[in-house]
Design a protein. Structure first.
Length: 278
């Protein structure tokens, strides 16, 4: 049995028998979610939870003051930031920002691949946010989170690779395994995290370039388009996909000829969204 077959078989067996260790949301994200879901939640109580992580608190205030929200008066504390953004926005933002700490490893090769995944997720999340604002009635903050989690299934695979040094010497094999398995694992992770169904559907759906459905554009459509846009002009295999054949563009009411990086207004908003997440 080849190295690829052996590694793939081990992962599939671990998935089948529930032995694959799925990542858990960072504690701060769980605490904020719990505070938000309290029927009697106040901005003060939520601010207190966010304040327990100084770095996260600073980033939430940064976003509240960013051109993304176009506030005319600068805010200098969490309570005002939450009032400006709204509780749901803060929950999604805090969850997304807290996830960054998950994309790290002690092995240098795995760490580099995880950071590459996170940077790509930020790019896709930023495009999702811009597309949601300009082309749909979907919530931009939820769209941002959708982009950040679309490749979350990569995490357990790379964790297993860290324990299988031989696979790290064969990057091509590892990438083939990631491509094959990360959607299914990603859906399992988001389900375990109690994410809403519209987000759980993303890992399994965003690479289906023939996907159609009734009704208006959904978050899977957004991530499909954003992911393709993120590879425009690159050497990545997905840069060869003909956008004219992808129904998600039509769902968004977006011309397949439009590249968000080339339209001034979209590119400016994209830069702002990316800055807010970085």
């Amino acid at each position: 049995m080849s190295l690829e077959q052996t590694f793939l078989a081990e992962l599939l067996d671990a998935i089948k028998n529930d032995r694959l260790t799925l990542p858990t949301l960072p504690e701060v994200a769980l605490r904020i979610r719990e505070a938000v879901e309290d029927p009697e939640a106040t901005s003060s109580a939520i601010a207190n939870e966010i304040a327990k992580d100084a770095a996260l608190a600073a980033r939430v205030i940064k976003v509240a003051n960013s051109p993304l929200l176009r506030g005319r008066i600068a805010v200098d504390n969490l309570q005002l930031a939450i009032t400006r953004m709204g509780i749901a926005f803060v929950r999604n933002l805090a969850t997304g920002l807290a996830m960054e700490q998950m994309f790290q490893a002690t092995n240098d090769q795995v760490d580099a691949r995880l950071r590459e995944t996170w940077e790509h997720s930020i790019e896709v999340a930023s495009i999702c946010q811009v597309l949601a604002s300009h082309y749909t009635d979907l919530k931009p903050d939820q769209a941002m989170l959708a982009g950040l989690v679309h490749e979350i299934g990569t995490l357990p695979i790379l964790t297993c690779a860290e324990d299988t040094p031989d696979i790290l010497e064969h990057k091509g094999i590892l990438e083939k395994v990631i491509h094959r398995l990360h959607p299914k694992i990603g859906a399992a992770i988001l389900k375990t995290w109690d994410f809403p169904p519209e987000l759980v559907a993303i890992p399994m759906g965003y690479l289906d370039f023939e996907r159609t459905h009734e009704g208006p554009a959904d978050y899977v459509d957004l991530v499909t388009v954003a992911n393709l846009q993120s590879y425009a002009g690159s050497n990545h295999r997905l840069s060869q996909v003909d956008w004219n054949t992808v129904p998600a563009f039509k769902k968004l009411g977006m011309s397949p000829e439009v590249d968000v990086h080339d339209v001034d207004e979209l590119a400016e908003d994209l830069s702002v969204a990316r800055s807010a997440l970085s």
